[in-house]
Design a protein around this ligand. Structure first.
Ligand code: CDV
Length: 308
């Protein structure tokens, strides 16, 4: 057995006016609870330190950049790193990253038990649009504020296993999991902010959104024989509702823990990384069964081109 006691730290809403220090206090409370339950790893959502600011249309770069972190850790989040290190707990969370040379990414990091950042992932599948769209019920301006990630889908040896990360919309894309699966990933950490209603299709409400969330995450886990934890920032931010539905999914694609609220809520599960072995050695033994001579279109073509 190779156990990781995992905490999925769902967070309730963060209002636009709320400062990082207040948010970090909530994150610390979740971490304390995780420590009390013996957790090795705590995973927080996408853009965990602020409201989901890409819903706001902004034209002033200074206003935009105040949502970004110029260094990590910085003063606002240092208490998180210090407490995680004192608890010997690994940690992952998402934030908006502004690099010294001016690049903007939707980023997630992974720390080891000493609080050192050992992994960084920058969101690759950016949803939404880059200009104000009056047709939508709410804006989703990730393509305006972020560049697509430039780090690929790396994995890291940590906590006795092989761990990867993805961010929100990435979870809907099978390529995300498969690229990590081809590196032997055993646990994928995903944070998300998903509006409860589709901005372009009002009939797609919370039930269907929760269904798509489960469908994507469960399929990714099963088809790559790995654990997946998907962690929401949920609830109503300044009048804009987001789904909860955080979950921990085992390598058979089954949900072993699922959030019941849209607030700060901790899900805990003792995950045995050896549970990945059966799937990886049988039906999803990639080396024996994949047929890459037929997969060329996956990397040579981006959009669908139907036959004439
Ligand atoms: N933050 C996100 O990436 N949200 C998308 C919404 C826009 C569909 C998601 O995939 O949940």
């Amino acid at each position: 057995m190779r156990m990781i006691t995992l905490a999925a730290a769902q967070m309730g809403p963060i209002q636009r006016a709320e400062e990082r220090e207040i948010v970090v206090r909530r994150m610390l409370a979740l971490m304390d609870e995780a420590k009390g339950k013996g957790c090795d790893l705590i995973v927080y959502p996408e853009l965990a330190l602020t409201t989901f600011f890409p819903r706001w249309y902004m034209t002033d770069p200074t206003e935009v950049d105040r949502w970004f972190e110029r260094e990590m850790p910085n003063d606002a989040v240092r208490p998180l790193f210090e407490r995680a290190a004192s608890y010997r707990m690994a940690m992952s969370f998402g934030y908006a990253e502004l690099t010294p040379d001016g690049h903007h990414y939707n980023t997630a990091i992974l720390t080891d038990r000493s609080g050192k950042i050992i992994g960084k992932y920058r969101k690759i599948h950016l949803p939404g649009h880059s200009e104000f769209d009056p047709e939508r019920t709410h804006q989703h301006l990730e393509k305006r504020y972020f560049e697509p990630g430039d780090l690929g889908f790396p994995v890291w040896r940590e906590l006795g296993g092989i761990i990867g990360m993805a961010v929100c919309n990435d979870r809907r894309w099978p390529e995300t999991y498969r690229v990590m699966g081809l590196q032997g990933v055993e646990m994928v950490l995903i944070g998300y902010n998903t509006p409860s209603v589709n901005a372009q299709k009002g009939a797609e409400g919370p039930e269907k959104r929760l269904f798509h969330n489960r469908l994507s995450v469960q399929a990714g886990a099963y088809q790559n024989a790995c654990w997946v934890v998907a962690v929401a920032k949920a609830g109503n931010e300044d009048g804009f509702p987001m789904i909860g539905g955080s979950m921990i999914v085992n390598p058979d694609g089954e949900i072993v823990a699922e959030a019941k609220t849209e607030h700060d809520e901790l899900l805990i599960h003792a995950c045995d990384l050896d549970d990945t072995l059966f799937g990886k050695q049988t039906i999803f033994d990639f080396a024996r069964h994949r047929r890459i001579e037929h997969y060329g279109l996956i990397t040579s073509r981006t959009g669908a081109i139907p036959p004439p």
